[in-house]
Design a protein around this ligand. Sequence first.
Ligand SMILES: Cc1cc2nc3c(=O)[nH]c(=O)nc-3n(C[C@H](O)[C@H](O)[C@H](O)COP(=O)(O)OP(=O)(O)OC[C@H]3O[C@@H](n4cnc5c(N)ncnc54)[C@H](O)[C@@H]3O)c2cc1C
Length: 448
Amino acid sequence: MALVAALVGGVGAMRARSLLRKPKPLGAHYRDAPTKVLIVGGGFGGIPVVKELVHALDGNQRVGVALLDRVSFTTFYPLVPRTISANVEIGHLAHSIRSIVRPLGVDFNQAEVEGVDFEAQEVHSNKGSFPYDYLVLAPGSRTAFFDTVGVREHAIELKGLREALQVRNTIIDRFEEAQWLRGEHEEGLLTFIFVGGGPTGVEGAASTHDLIFNVLKRDYPDVDFERVRIVLINSGKRILKEIDTSLSNTALHRLASENIEVMNNTRVAEIRSDAVVLSNGSTIPTCTTVWAAGVEPGPLVKGLDVPRDARGRIVVDRFMRVKDRPRVYAVGDCISIEDKPPLPALAQAAKQEGKIAGHNLAAEIVNSPLTPFRYRSLGQLVDLGTTSALTDILGVKLSGLLGEAVWRTVYLKELGYNLDRTQVLSDWAIDCIICPSVSKLYDDPPAP
Ligand SMILES: Cc1cc2nc3c(=O)[nH]c(=O)nc-3n(C[C@H](O)[C@H](O)[C@H](O)COP(=O)(O)OP(=O)(O)OC[C@H]3O[C@@H](n4cnc5c(N)ncnc54)[C@H](O)[C@@H]3O)c2cc1C
């Protein structure tokens, strides 16, 4: 018995050591390597592919890996809505991709990928063509507008850091105008509409409330804050339909306590420069609409000659290999797994898929067996502003301040890099002591 325990302990310790030790960087540069791996997209799916692949190849001298992304940083999306209220500094959620992959012996190129020639095994981009022997597609998704009239012209999408900054700048613009007009303004100037009752819409509306009432209220003495309206429009029967009903009811009460109006079973028919028209024919005067109503594959995925599902996502098998395209893998928001129920477009799913794809790609290169993907939901977290969050982890449901404490702890861990953790922790510590000063940063294109 003691021997078995010692053996189990020994194997466990070896496994733990192999997981903990720093991966040996790859020995070959992508350009000169006999076997070239190309990864498109350095987000929640792409980065774990790189890490797992390098870990499994363990200093391989023949395989060279390059990562392509249109931007030079990877974004920590779950905290993006918090940047609207300046509870987290925008730059603290962007981590340099180069600084992540360079120590692993992986090349990075900032390039917009435009298409893939699967026969020639080449990726085409605005920086030229990149050959590959193995390819991983992880370009994520973009906001879906569902052909809504006026949305592209008159709404701001809530996707990444640039868009969150645009939302914040636009809100500040509206208050500048209201201050200038000293109450003599149109009805909708201080009405802020969020479209989409999922986590992004709810979090965006809650963060907007924090910005207006915790930060801006001090700075605009001539604005009547009683005239502020924040409205969340949701096409479904209830907001946050992916989470437990008791938690979504808690969210509803919290939003109501902050005078955020929730309109369920309501669709937006048209967005105009001065109003939102609803499907029931009624109109809400507003000049600020934020769109967070869903995602879809981007133009790169739409243009690929690969099997796709009804929503345009790339179909992969349970090993993350693209159907009918040998040596091509895909992960993240842009995929659906053959014969499996669709997975939510979440960071945790993309991360798990990325790990398994990296592992299987290395296994394919060295001719060892592949591992099938199994999704494990790690729980649900939704931010309701700086003093309240909903968490559902392993069936333990929390809300309010306790939920907020767990929410912060989980995301501090998930941030993944000590520099980012320190910066976000210091943002939160400062925010507890002094109210942030927020001004319009940079002169963005005029708000729609
Ligand atoms: C505001 C917001 C909040 C969110 N909050 C949460 C949350 O709280 N919890 C959660 O689990 N999930 C959350 N998500 C969802 C989560 O961020 C995504 O599911 C996840 O990022 C998907 O990972 P991905 O690798 O597929 O795509 P991404 O992480 O978006 O990475 C895709 C990468 O590909 C690059 N790229 C795209 N097209 C090209 C191209 N043509 N050429 C070169 N590069 C390209 C992009 O620049 C990007 O770096 C949130 C998303 C948003 C927008």
